[in-house]
Every structure is written in structure tokens, then in C-alpha cells.
Design a protein around this ligand. Structure first.
Ligand SMILES: O=C(O)CCC(=O)C(=O)O
Length: 358
């Protein structure tokens, strides 16, 4: 009997009654129906993104899902956002593991859904190349450097995937004095449509806040600003804002001369509590994260293929420090410590030449 026939539904068969269904190979139609049910259930239950991401990470880690690195088609998916979609994809992964579906079938289904998947853990995990674990083999704690030079940075850390905390690396930066919530509000007010551009062309991460857009975030009332019961992040791709921002910070002194940084700035700002949930990024390079104000704890978790030789690590980043991390390789989450508002400015840096380094 051919594969298609074997998969045909017989209302009285074991597969359709749910018995012994683990041994049946599901068709795409079956998967779609299961996904639809999962979608309905997710809608009713409203799982949080954090819960889903954590469960999914654990599922992937424990089952070692055999997925091929595949970047094609992911960029379209990365543009879309939906917690429910994330839930469905998470459940699909678990189904795929339990029912022994091939990664190709799962990815085919995911790709066939318009705007199903946001920039989430699953997509990023699927698209991620397998890491070379020498970047963390034997590393017991995040290295901390108090007087690094360009040469040492190049020799020990640059382009290697090894994280490093560089203490007091921003001492001359005006940002330390000027950056606060009102600074960013004034900056975006100064350039017409620049806030809207964050929402349309860049990225706004609202985390646990009620702000639906970056423009909403900039309209916060003064009481709320002071309460600091919010934490958000955004990327800026408006060149006018970019040029202005660069007046307040400098190129980190330890970066190799031939390295170039992304034109995009990311800014993370807010009060004590959870910051970003555990995730992995798809950005073009390793990033430097300058802690302009406040204190933040980073938890970095090695990719699952390196678990046997590398370990999870925590590091506290204080005002003035720069944390260098390849967020494409390391799963990471942040927590903001009590006290001052936390403000971080982030850019990714690579050794590639010929890019726009403002
Ligand atoms: O600083 C944060 O809270 C999050 C940063 C982050 O997740 C990132 O840069 O990928």
C-alpha cells in the first residue's frame, strides 16, 4: 500500500480513534488540523510568551530536534508577530517530536502559514547554524576585564563567540550624563515621524508593558515614568536620530580597527524586574551592550549542542560597563536590579569591511 493510502482516514481505524497514533505517519492535512486545534486551545488559554518560550526551549533541548539550519524564508516569518502563533508553533514542535515528524514536514507547515511566526525562539533556533563549542569550552564564568587593550580583545575575544565583560569602558561618554526617558522623548519629538518609523521600519519590544507602539511609549504620563514599572527595547533606523545619538557615545575603545558596527542602534530602558525573556537573536554579528545607567544581570545559556562542555553563567553589568556577547549563539535573558533606571545602548560589530559605520 502506498504512503498516501496508508495515511487515508478510516473513521474506524486506530489512528482516527487516537489509539496507537504514535506509529502513524501524519499527513500535512493531519498536522494542519492538529495545529488548528492547538490554535483554538491557545486562544482560550492565553499562555504567556515567556512560558511558551521556556517550554519550547526545554522541549528542544531535551529532545534534540533534528532540524537543518535553514535561513531561507525565515526573514518573511521574522516580520510577523503573534503570541498565539508562537503557541501553535511550540505545540507543533512538541507534536513533531512525539509523533516523529520530519523537520522538513514541520517547516513546510510553518512556512505555509502567512505571518505565523514572529521573531521567536523557534524560528531563531531553527535558523541557527550549529556552534563551535570552543567558544565556551571550559569557561566557568564570564571573563571580566578591567584594563583591556585592543590587542588583547582581538586575541582573546573578538569574533570568537566568547563573552566578556569590560569594566568601566564608557567613562567619557556624554550618554551617562544625558540619557533618560525624557531625553529619548525629546529626541524623537525633534524629528518628525521618527517615532512612527520605529514602529513601521524598526522594532519595538514592549515586553510586559501595555504600550502597543513605540509612539505610545513616548506618550507615557509623568507618574508612570517615575514608577518605573515598565521595561522596553527598540531599534532605531532613522538616520537623523542615529546621527544625534552618536554624539552621546563613542566607538568602544577596545574594538579592533578593522571592525565595523551595524548602523542600527538598539536601546533597552526601564525599571527593576524581568527584562528580556530567554531567547536567541538573528542579528548579523556579536554585539556590544553598553550599560549607560543602572544595573542588570545577564544569564547566558550555551546552545544545546554545547551543553556537555559549556555551562550557563550569570554576570552583573554595572553602569559604565560594556558586555560583549554573541546573541546569535548564546541564549540570554536579563533582569534589571533595584535602584536606578536601566539604560543600555547596543550595536552589533563584525570584522566585515565595506559597511556603513557611522
Ligand atoms: O538588555 C536587555 O534587556 C535585552 C538585550 C537583548 O536581549 C539583546 O540585545 O538581544
Amino acid at each position: 500500500m502506498g504512503k498516501k493510502q496508508a495515511n487515508k482516514k478510516d473513521p474506524n481505524s486506530e489512528a482516527s480513534t487516537g489509539k496507537n497514533s504514535k506509529t502513524e505517519k501524519l499527513t500535512k492535512e493531519d498536522i494542519k488540523q492538529l495545529m488548528q486545534k492547538a490554535l483554538d486551545k491557545a486562544r482560550k488559554n492565553g499562555l504567556s510568551t515567556y512560558e511558551i518560550q521556556t517550554d519550547l526551549t526545554n522541549a528542544l533541548r531535551s529532545k534534540n530536534v533534528p532540524v537543518k539550519p535553514n535561513g531561507n524564508g525565515l526573514m518573511m516569518l521574522l516580520k510577523c508577530t503573534s503570541v498565539v502563533a508562537l503557541t501553535v508553533v511550540s505545540i507543533a514542535i512538541v507534536l513533531a517530536v512525539c509523533l516523529d515528524l520530519s523537520s522538513e514536514e514541520l517547516l513546510d507547515f510553518v512556512r505555509s502559514q502567512d505571518c505565523l511566526v514572529p521573531s521567536n525562539l523557534l524560528v531563531n533556533e531553527v535558523g541557527r547554524p550549529i556552534s563551535d563549542c570552543s567558544m565556551c569550552r571550559g569557561l566557568e564564568a564570564v571573563p571580566i576585564e578591567t584594563s583591556i587593550t585592543k590587542e588583547i580583545f582581538l586575541q582573546n575575544y573578538a569574533y570568537s563567540g566568547r563573552p566578556v565583560l569590560i569594566k568601566q569602558a564608557t567613562s567619557d561618554w556624554l550618554a551617562l550624563e544625558y540619557f533618560d526617558y525624557h531625553f529619548f522623548r525629546r529626541l524623537y519629538e525633534k524629528f518628525p515621524n521618527s517615532a512612527e518609523m520605529v514602529d513601521s521600519d524598526c522594532n519595538f519590544l514592549r515586553y510586559q508593558t501595555e504600550f502597543l507602539t513605540f509612539a505610545d511609549f513616548l506618550k507615557m504620563d509623568d507618574d508612570k515614568v517615575k514608577r518605573l514599572d515598565w521595561y522596553v527595547g527598540w531599534s532605531n533606523c532613522d538616520r537623523r536620530v542615529m546621527k544625534e545619538l552618536r554624539k552621546y557615545y563613542e566607538r568602544p575603545f577596545f574594538l579592533p580597527d578593522d571592525s565595523v558596527s551595524s548602523t542600527l542602534d538598539w536601546i533597552f530602558i526601564g525599571g527593576a524586574g524581568p527584562g528580556a525573556g530567554l531567547h536567541i537573536d538573528v542579528v548579523d554579528a556579536s554585539s556590544w551592550q553598553a550599560q549607560i545607567r543602572g544595573e542588570k544581570i545577564w544569564t547566558v545559556v550555551p546552545p544545546y549542542e554545547c551543553e556537555a562542555v559549556c555551562r550557563q553563567m550569570n554576570v552583573t553589568v554595572n553602569q559604565g560597563d560594556i558586555f560583549v556577547l554573541d546573541t546569535n549563539i548564546w541564549f540570554h535573558r536579563t533582569e534589571i536590579l533595584e535602584g536606578e533606571i536601566s539604560i543600555t545602548i547596543v550595536r552589533s560589530t563584525t570584522e566585515d569591511v565595506g559597511r556603513d559605520d557611522l
